[in-house]
Design a protein around this ligand. Structure first.
Ligand code: OSB
Ligand code: MG
Length: 369
């Protein structure tokens, strides 16, 4: 196929509540929605997961727009695409900027699956028609507030509770959670808030039977993580540190983690996500799908990826209604007893609500190829 047109839209969607991690607070979600069109006018959809500030990683909404407009779209001009895997190959000359690449690549995957008349999850080689999900809970003002939120989500049926931690909001908080919820599947995500010398503090978390501790150390580190993984009973899971198949291969070789969180945007797309999944499967390393507070299009891609067989741990893709009064897809992503039914329509499997898209769009630009 040849791509005919790409439309970039800058959307802003108000979140129901602010989400606080060790690196900061996100309130109004702004992101780029990508629409790619083929010769027949069919559309595929992708979502950039870059935030407005370079606090999770170095990318931002504006750097993504710049990369897509000035480098990625020009690379696609005149190219014949026989399979979405071609897109990562075409983008190969551009270093990093994975979230920008992924937003386009995801839209091409959706378009490809629609042209083939198959659901995206099948195009990816996914096997499961339902996926298990957990939920990620931000840092709260008080432990009482946190316990009340956990209670609500446990009652809703989410299969695993993840809480954000940072120095000063860690061991005593986890102790209180375990006291109230002795049997839930529980984990902690530090978003790189600790350093090697904090090992004694991290070791205290071993007493709470956590499924894992996610990204305790620096966002570009796999060496110190290998040191602490040897000292900790709790499995270490890497998020920020894994940008590619090569990073994953090296982390597994070093013993930097026992679990990997795959985020499609962080690793540059679905093709790379699948390669990392396959590598981890070969090495008996379980994976799960992380979240970036996505709107519906990003959620749909997460759902499709999570159907691959080595996604054996619940992911972070909660219901659309968790963050949004109104999402940009119909139907919205719903969760029942911690399970999402994977849609079986061609492509991402959810329709785009163009009225909603219009309502949330601040800026739109059309590029002809
Ligand atoms: O580290 O997984 C993370 C949100 C923003 C940035 C980073 C992370 C998160 C989450 C929330 O944990 C995931 C979600 O609900 O989409
Ligand atoms: Mg994380």
């Amino acid at each position: 196929m040849k791509l005919k047109e790409i439309i970039l839209r800058h959307l802003q969607m108000k979140m129901k509540f602010p989400f606080t991690t060790s690196f900061g607070t996100i309130q109004d979600k702004e992101f780029i929605l990508v629409e790619v069109k083929d010769e027949e006018g069919r559309s595929g959809w992708g979502e950039s997961v870059a935030f407005t500030s370079p606090t999770y990683n170095e990318e931002t909404l504006k750097t993504n727009w710049h990369m897509i407009e000035d480098f990625l779209i020009p690379l696609l001009k005149g190219k014949e695409i026989t399979h979405p895997d071609d897109v990562s190959a075409i983008f190969e000359p551009i270093r990093k900027n994975n979230m920008a690449k992924s937003a386009i690549e995801g839209a091409v995957w959706d378009l490809y699956a629609k042209r083939e008349g198959v659901p995206l999850y099948q195009a990816l080689g996914g096997e499961n028609t339902t996926i298990d999900v957990g939920i990620s809970i931000g840092i709260q003002d008080t432990v009482e507030d946190l316990l009340a939120i956990i209670k609500k989500h446990v009652e809703e049926g989410y299969k695993r509770i993840k809480v954000k931690i940072k120095p000063g909001w860690d061991v005593e908080v986890m102790r209180e959670i375990r006291r109230s919820f002795p049997d839930i599947q529980l984990m902690a995500d530090a978003n790189s808030a600790y350093r090697l010398e904090d090992l004694p503090q991290l070791k205290k978390l071993d007493e709470f039977n956590l499924t894992m501790i996610e990204q305790p150390l620096a966002s570009d580190d796999i060496v110190d993580h290998a040191v602490i993984q040897k000292e900790l009973k709790t499995p270490v899971c890497l998020d920020e540190s894994i940008h590619s198949y090569e990073d994953a291969r090296k982390a597994l070789q070093l013993g930097s983690c026992k679990i990997i969180n795959i985020k499609i945007g962080r690793v540059g797309g679905l093709t790379e996500s699948k390669r990392i999944h396959d590598l981890c499967k070969e090495h008996n390393i379980p994976v799960w799908c992380g979240g970036m507070i996505e709107a519906g299009v990003g959620r749909a891609h997460n759902v499709a990826l999570t159907t691959l067989s080595n996604f054996t741990l619940p992911g972070d893709t909660a219901a659309s209604s968790r963050y949004w009064e109104q999402d940009i897809i119909t139907p919205e992503v719903t969760v029942q007893d911690g399970v999402i039914q994977v849609p079986d329509k061609p492509g991402i499997g959810y329709d785009i609500d163009l009225e909603a898209v219009k309502k949330f769009t601040l800026k739109e630009k059309v590029y002809s190829l």
